[in-house]
Design a protein around this ligand. Sequence first.
Ligand SMILES: [Fe+2]
Length: 281
Amino acid sequence: LRAEASLAGEAGDPGAGVALLERLAGDHPDLLFARGRLLLQCGEPEAAAGPLQSLAERDPSAIAGWAHLDLCWRLLGDDRHQWLSGQPGLHGARDIGLDAAELARLGELLRGLHRTRAHPIGQSLRGGTQTRGRLFWRHEPELRRLREAIVASLDDHVRELPAKDERHPLLRHREAQLALGGSWSVRLLSNGFHVSHIHPEGILSSACYVSVPENLGDAERRPGWLEIGRPPPDIGAGLGPLAQVEPKPGRLALFPSYMFHGTRPFDEGERLTVAFDVLAR
Ligand SMILES: [Fe+2]
């Protein structure tokens, strides 16, 4: 019944989904999440916040629950949205310090992987390929160098995070040992883009630019830019991004895994990135 309710939501009839869920008793985490998401889809953020808040209290690592609770708070003008995703330092972009020659060699290596070890369409990818397997488990010197530079930048980012906060889904890990989880590369070609999504497996997520088309600097249209905080179109309609990052070779964007993110389409060329999730040990 829960699966059926979620399907109703995906089919554009969240009201039918909510009605189905009313027949289910209990407060299993999956049920709390399904209720919250469907109510948000129905345009009822106040009602949606209840089950999502119970979920976050029960399981502080429920990333997808926090992502949707954040949207409720944002739509309701609740200060907790600011606490959850508006504090300075939670997301940011920095240069990882690879020079042009290093980035060029890395780009060549990644293009080879996209030819031989890639699959065409991920759930949130349009017009591109994504590499298979863990990129940072490979031994090529270009990737070892990248990993090293990324770990150093990640340390800098963590050092500049707001203070430890036991109730906050990211800041409670402020002093934990961090580890890199999944890592992969995405190659988007002309008109490609990444629809808004979150990474339920991580605590911090990322986009690191290796090679981008030259004409992305248009500050009006912002082609190919990363948008952080814009929800998918079926929930939180009308909400825009909270931040936008201009892709530049060697730039690393880091943001909490519960923040929705996606890319704006661009006209032509190639946008080659590496991404990874950060886990707390
Ligand atoms: Fe992503």
